[in-house]
Ligand binder design. Structure first.
Ligand code: PMP
Length: 320
């Protein structure tokens, strides 16, 4: 399969300050990040709203990117204003009204060896249309998941705070084990056995009517969707708590769901083959999904300023 077949809608990729043609957006095999996992990145969504396209929580994503880079002592060669403009330009150039956005900052071609400090810091932004990560019907029916035998990295190994490319080797182990055993996704426990998060999503549960999610100290990425859900839940008057979650609670809670940019909000209908509640998305989950969707569709005022508008002129198909 050619790269074009994989991404038929993508014409342009932003690399180090300019748009380059999709086919030319390549790197050398001696790129440091390829050998040593030295990259940090983001996953962002641009939604088609009633008022035009809007990028969801772009400043928060760029802040997290900058912080991830800081942890790995990478100096971002571009300001937030420049990266904002670059993101909007890339969306516009590809004429995508709704898309997923992937900024990547990585150590490029430099002297080989673990020491990353002499490899140049490169920056790219790719955009492509991307449906819901765990499937379009996940939101209606929920997904079947398992608890992984792989643990999330201990805080003294890789900081989960950084959204670093190397962290996703652990995520891949969790994901492959889950898929191999017939599940859509795996849940990682932290080093002390508390629930951490999914391979690429944060996790929430509803217990006795309260919304609970593990704290960031449980080796998880501080998700921006997680933050949005905590905010929306409070606004809806749902009691929210960040607390350590013992594994057993996964089997006894009333509702369970994942959150993340790619997955959005995905109800979980079973864990290790035990049904969650009555096996259907619960009431609190459905209320949160509905409000989240109203916000990203522009059906309610953007009360938190979560959408950065971007004008996308879509080419009209020639009518013969
Ligand atoms: N945890 C991990 C490991 C992730 O990769 C993601 C996706 N970025 C999330 C949580 C969710 O974060 P966000 O809501 O910011 O996309």
């Amino acid at each position: 399969m050619s790269p074009r077949d994989l991404y038929p809608d993508v014409q342009w990729i932003w690399m180090n300050g300019q748009l380059v043609e999709f086919e030319k957006a390549t790197v050398h095999v001696m790129t440091h990040a390829l050998h040593y996992g030295s990259g940090v990145f983001e996953g962002i969504r641009c939604y088609k709203t009633r008022q035009g396209s809007g990028v969801f929580r772009l400043p928060e994503h760029l802040k997290r990117l900058r912080n991830s880079a800081k942890i790995y002592r990478m100096e971002l060669p571009f300001s937030d204003a420049e990266l904002t403009q670059a993101t909007l330009t890339t969306i516009q150039a590809n004429e995508l009204e709704a898309c997923y956005i992937r900024p990547l900052v990585y150590r490029g071609l430099g002297p080989m060896g673990v020491n990353p400090l002499n490899a140049p810091v490169e920056t790219s932004i790719a955009v492509w249309p991307w449906g819901r990560y765990l499937g379009e019907d996940a939101i209606e029916r929920g997904v079947d998941v398992c608890v992984s035998s792989w643990r999330r990295a201990a805080p003294s190994t890789f900081p989960a705070t950084a959204k670093a490319t190397g962290n996703y080797l652990n995520a891949q182990l969790i994901k492959m084990e889950a898929l191999g055993n017939g599940y859509a996704e795996g849940i990682g426990l932290d080093i002390s056995g508390h629930v951490s998060e999914g391979a690429g999503e944060n996790i929430f549960l509803v217990k006795d009517g309260a919304l609970i999610t593990p704290p960031v100290a449980s080796s998880l990425l501080a998700g921006i969707t997680r933050d949005a859900i905590l905010t929306i839940a409070s606004e809806l008057g749902i009691p929210v708590r960040e607390q350590l979650v013992p594994r057993g609670m996964l089997y006894t809670c009333e509702e369970l769901f994942f959150t993340g940019t790619a997955v959005e909000i995905a109800p979980i209908r079973s864990v290790d083959r035990l049904p969650v509640g009555d096996g259907l998305p619960g009431e609190i989950t459905r209320r949160l999904i509905a409000e989240f969707q109203r916000i990203v569709a522009g059906e309610v005022p953007d009360r938190h300023g979560w959408l950065t508008p971007v004008f996308v002129a879509v080419r009209q198909e020639a009518v013969s």
